[in-house]
Ligand binder design. Structure first.
Ligand code: SF4
Length: 215
């Protein structure tokens, strides 16, 4: 089991950094629909672009009923320039229709149901469950996968096996916030290329697997 003190050090270090917009927005609105939609928009997209596109979309589509009324072309215009905006517009339109047909317009709080939507993978499903519904789950994105391997917490090749292994070693009360912490940590300290190890609060606990750092 990973010592909570190590996680607390990471938490302390990221306190002054920006947290991902999807998390920030949830703290303001407490709305799983917004988590689901903005997480879909965020895939392969910078945080600032996700934020602006989500806010444009949420102005006209506050829920799945509003979203279903929009044509994919209208959604495209609202969410441009997020990555794969054409595909995402189609997926979001279908998602809204499915939500209404199967779940009375409400985002399901169930992994199997969430994974049935086109454009929703484990990362998005786990974020909706954890952040949106407070159900313990670990959302593994590129930062969580990279940092967990560098630290030596896991030795994995895929996000799915990282998720499975982290569940065995991360205390459950840290599961939901782990993604927010490691995204902020990965964007500011444990950078993808040349991480800032000399400034890192968990330096002495890190195995630095495959790490090249001269700072
Ligand atoms: S010591 Fe370096 S590689 Fe390890 S977590 Fe810190 S920044 Fe990342």
């Amino acid at each position: 089991m990973i010592d909570s003190d190590i996680l607390k050090l990471i938490e302390k270090q990221v306190k002054t950094f920006n947290i991902p917009w999807v998390t920030k927005d949830f703290h303001k609105h407490h709305n799983p629909f917004r988590v689901l939609v903005s997480c879909i928009l965020s895939l392969r997209t910078k945080d600032k672009v996700t934020q602006e596109a989500s806010l444009r979309l949420f102005k006209v589509a506050k829920n799945s009923f509003d979203l279903a009324k929009l044509k994919p072309k209208q959604i495209e215009k609202l969410i441009y320039p997020v990555g794969f905006y054409r595909k995402k517009a189609k997926n979001l339109h279908n998602l809204a229709i499915q939500l209404i047909k199967k779940y009375k317009g409400v985002v399901p709080n169930n992994e199997t149901c969430l994974l049935e939507f086109k454009g929703v993978g484990r990362k998005t499903a786990n974020l909706v469950l954890g952040l949106g519904y407070g159900i313990p789950s670990i959302c593994v994105d590129t930062h969580v996968h990279r940092i967990s391997n560098r630290l030596g917490w896991v030795e994995t090749k895929t996000p799915q096996s990282t998720e499975n292994n982290l569940k065995k070693i991360i205390p459950k009360n840290w599961w939901i916030k782990l993604n927010t912490l490691l995204v902020a940590f990965g964007q500011n300290i444990c950078l993808p290329v040349r991480p800032l190890c000399s400034k890192c609060y968990v330096n002495k606990y890190c195995k630095k697997i495959n790490v090249i750092s001269n700072r």
